[in-house]
Every structure is written in structure tokens, then in C-alpha cells.
Design a protein around this ligand. Structure first.
Ligand code: Q46
Ligand code: ZN
Ligand code: ZN
Length: 314
């Protein structure tokens, strides 16, 4: 197979785009496409300060590399969840990010250590609260969202970006569609504007790239990353939905992308507007972050419960 642009040997064939490219043209194509998505969805501009959540995985490191190459002002945040699972998962993730930084001199990283800052690892926290139900992802998601928003706000960042790819977005969309979670569907978008009382804008510049495309970018750009998924992801519904969508994609190349893009079109046409909740936000009496609750926010309530069970009064 030959590169469509220069006729050299192609390294990737994207059947859904009917496009095969060589290494150099593929790397350039990812940059061009990312720039196009950033502009199309009005995610951010070169004059704005961007904070990227990095996990040490391929998507976030590839995205950081792309945004730096495109000339954006983008700093990283790594949240050390204290997940060990016998493989030192969190520590390995951080060392991969440090390695990335050795070759990206301009990159600045902020690290928030959950066990040190809040008194317990995510695994321990989940075991001490009913939110965990044997799986730490609920406490983890809540904690990550709180920390990312806090750091973005404190650091004066205009936007928080994450490396979610098309496979992630399509899996979330499928899950929400199967159960008609209209409120969630109304809030799933490439960019979510800042909402008043301290919620920072969020954007997903890789949301239209297949997972194999971000993996190919990382590989071809020489970015080393953590291959393992978080050990707590095993058995997650999102993995099952990804498998279903992969089966569909095999039969019909482009089905995943069409599913997502047609959803975005329907969303733009107002199909979910009626479900957009106008929740009045209050300030948490402890951390000051926006919350729909009165008094403590869910994050502070959860961590209060976690620490009350350890005798830690923080
Ligand atoms: S990091 Fe956290 Fe994920 Fe691990 S504990 Fe679950 S939510 S699976 S993106
Ligand atoms: Zn080429
Ligand atoms: Zn709070």
C-alpha cells in the first residue's frame, strides 16, 4: 500500500477515510486534523492557557506532544491516585510522563498526590465509602474531576483538555443511549463551556481519532507510554461497549465515527436541548468549588467519610 500524498510505503491505512499515509505524512495529518477540530469546535486559541490531564497513556501523551508541536501554551497535570495493584501502576505512569518531559523541554508538569494530599489512595478510599461498591472508579472519577477543576482554576487556565479518543466517546455514547440517559447525552460534547461559578471549560481535541490512530501517532512519534490499562478498568462496562463497537466497525468501516458524528449533528440540531439542566450552583462551604448541593460538595462529603473511617481528621 502506498501513501496517497507521496507514493512512499504507507504505514497506516484508514479504511473509514479511504486514506493510506507514510510516516511523515501521517504525523503531519494528525497535527492538521487536531488543529481543525480545535477550531471547528471552538475549543481554545493560541492565546489561551491550556491544562492537559496526563495519565502516562498513549492518548494524553500523544495529545500533549501534538498541542506543543502546534504551538499551544499547554501545561500538564498528573494525578497520582496511589494505585499499586502489585505492578506499581501509578508510579510507572509518572515515570513514563517524566521520560516524555526529557524530550519535551518546554513541558511543565504539576503533580497532585492523592494519598499525600487527601489521606488515602483511591483504592483505600473506595473501600471506605459506599460509593465504591467494590469498584473504585466512582470515587476516582469524582476525585479527578475535583482536582482537575481546582488546579485549572487556581492556575488561571482557560481550558482543561483530556485525551479522550473516538473509541472512548463512542463507548460512552452507546452506554448512555442504551439506557437513554438524556441528561448525560445533553452534556456529551467535544467542548463544554465554562459554567459560571468556577467550572472551567473542558475540551477533547482527539475525540474524532480512532484509538488505533492515536496509538499509531504515539508509536511513530517515538513516544513511550504505559501500555497497561488501570487495573481497576478490568470488567468495566465501557470495555464491553468498545468490543461491541469494534465488531460493528469490522463489518462496516466508519460505523463508529458515523455513530458519534451523527449524534453530534443531532445534538447541534437541538435534539437534546430540552434535557439540558440549568442547575443552580452553590459554593462548597469547605473547598469553595461549585456544587449543586447546599453545604459540602460531593467530593468533600466523600472524603470526609473516607477519613472518618481511618481516624484521620483532615
Ligand atoms: S483510573 Fe480511576 Fe479509571 Fe482506574 S480507578 Fe477507574 S476511573 S479505571 S479512567
Ligand atoms: Zn507520504
Ligand atoms: Zn467541597
Amino acid at each position: 500500500m502506498k501513501c496517497r500524498k507521496c507514493k512512499d510505503k504507507a504505514v497506516i491505512n484508514m479504511r473509514h477515510h479511504k486514506l493510506a499515509l507514510c510516516k511523515d505524512h501521517y504525523l503531519a495529518w494528525v497535527l492538521e486534523q487536531t488543529e481543525r477540530f480545535i477550531c471547528k469546535y471552538h475549543m481554545f486559541t493560541v492565546n489561551e492557557k491550556v491544562l492537559i490531564a496526563v495519565s502516562g497513556g498513549k492518548d494524553s501523551l500523544a495529545l500533549w506532544d501534538v498541542l506543543l508541536s502546534l504551538g499551544y501554551q499547554v501545561d500538564g497535570i498528573y494525578i497520582n491516585l496511589g494505585i499499586d495493584a502489585g505492578i506499581g501502576y501509578s508510579e510507572r505512569s509518572l515515570s513514563m510522563i517524566r521520560k516524555f518531559m526529557e524530550t519535551h523541554g518546554e513541558a511543565v508538569l504539576k503533580v497532585v498526590d492523592v494519598p499525600v494530599t487527601y489521606g488515602a489512595s483511591i483504592t483505600t478510599a473506595a473501600s471506605r465509602t459506599h460509593r465504591g461498591k467494590g469498584r473504585p472508579c466512582s470515587v476516582c472519577g469524582l476525585t479527578k474531576r475535583h482536582i482537575m477543576n481546582r488546579i485549572a482554576e487556581e492556575g488561571g487556565y482557560d481550558v482543561l483538555v483530556t485525551g479522550h479518543n473516538l473509541d472512548d466517546e463512542a463507548a460512552v455514547l452507546l452506554g448512555n443511549t442504551l439506557t437513554w440517559q438524556t441528561g448525560y447525552l445533553a452534556r456529551q460534547a467535544p467542548v463544554l463551556p465554562a459554567s459560571g461559578a468556577g467550572l472551567v471549560r473542558k475540551a477533547k481535541p482527539f475525540c474524532r481519532f480512532y484509538e488505533r490512530e492515536t496509538a499509531a501517532y504515539a508509536l511513530l512519534a517515538g513516544i513511550d507510554y504505559v501500555y497497561d490499562e488501570c487495573p481497576h478498568a478490568v470488567g468495566a462496562k465501557s470495555i464491553y461497549y468498545k468490543e461491541l463497537l469494534n465488531t460493528l466497525e469490522e463489518e462496516r468501516p466508519g460505523a463508529k465515527l458515523q455513530f458519534y458524528l451523527n449524534f453530534l449533528r443531532a445534538r447541534d440540531e437541538g435534539a437534546f436541548r430540552v434535557f439540558e439542566e440549568q442547575v443552580e450552583l452553590n459554593k462548597c462551604s469547605q473547598c469553595g468549588q461549585p456544587t449543586s448541593l447546599v453545604g459540602l460538595c460531593t467530593f468533600c462529603r466523600t472524603w470526609q467519610q473516607v477519613n472518618s473511617q481511618s481516624g484521620n481528621t483532615q
